[in-house]
Design a protein around this ligand. Structure first.
Ligand SMILES: Cc1cc2nc3c(=O)[nH]c(=O)nc-3n(C[C@H](O)[C@H](O)[C@H](O)COP(=O)(O)O)c2cc1C
Length: 209
């Protein structure tokens, strides 16, 4: 005896197959940021080494090459002097020339960008970096330390200065408070806490399984 599928049942089966196929596609796209086979660069700016400590923790998890951003004319040692200079540079849109040169940036697929919050903005040297290098099509991963006042406009400025990059959700945590004489704090217990938070974040953005 011939069994003929009811047309309604046939349509339902087709819809069901299409929807499970879409679901499968969605779940596989969840791993699209995974680092397998990708070249990683970690570029950071750090004055009192808190952001550097985060950069090192990230490198332990994902590997890659670390580069510290240095200026041709270093900033003053004195805290108030650097605060004043940065405020002026931000107001004038001045981009301090970098001493750091990155060879063959085109070879890197994923670039972690680390910086402190300065005057609630992205520090001028990081603005110089984003202006100087062509980061089109690359995946950028921002990370930040600050004195407790947050990221300010830093992550937004990264987006504005790298409009053709794929920018992932950033990481931020409280670092030092140079104004009050508090310098490197990401060490000991605080470093362990930072490591746990970094691993959680890297999983959220599918950089780590
Ligand atoms: C010039 C300057 C400006 C700063 N402005 C801010 C700010 O606006 N908000 C904030 O939370 N912290 C501010 N800080 C504090 C740093 O963001 C904080 O200490 C950070 O952890 C320093 O990172 P580093 O140790 O990698 O240099 C400022 C520090 C400096 C030197």
């Amino acid at each position: 005896m011939k069994t003929i599928m009811h047309p309604g049942l046939l349509i339902a089966t087709v819809i069901c197959l299409i929807s499970s196929c879409t679901k499968a596609q969605n779940s596989s796209s969840g791993t699209e940021n995974n680092l397998t086979g990708k070249n990683i660069l970690i570029v950071y700016l750090s004055r009192t080494n808190n952001t550097k400590a985060i950069a090192e923790l990230i490198q332990k998890e994902v590997g890659g090459k670390m580069v510290s951003l240095e200026l041709q004319q270093p900033y003053p040692e004195n805290y108030q002097a650097i605060v004043d200079q940065v405020a002026k540079e931000n107001a004038d849109g001045f981009l301090p020339p970098l001493k750091t040169k990155i060879d063959s940036i085109e070879n890197f697929d994923v670039i972690f960008l680390g910086f402190p919050t300065w005057g609630m903005q992205l520090p001028p040297p990081m603005k110089s970096f984003l202006r100087q290098y062509d980061l089109k099509g690359k995946t950028l991963v921002p990370f930040n330390t600050n004195a407790g006042f947050g990221i300010g406009s830093t992550f937004q400025t990264v987006k504005e200065l790298a409009p053709s990059s794929n920018i992932l959700e950033g990481f931020s945590m409280q670092g030092g408070k140079e104004r009050d004489g508090v310098y490197l704090v990401i060490q000991g217990e605080k470093e362990k806490q930072a490591k746990a938070e970094i691993i959680k974040w890297l999983k959220t953005i599918n950089i780590k399984n």
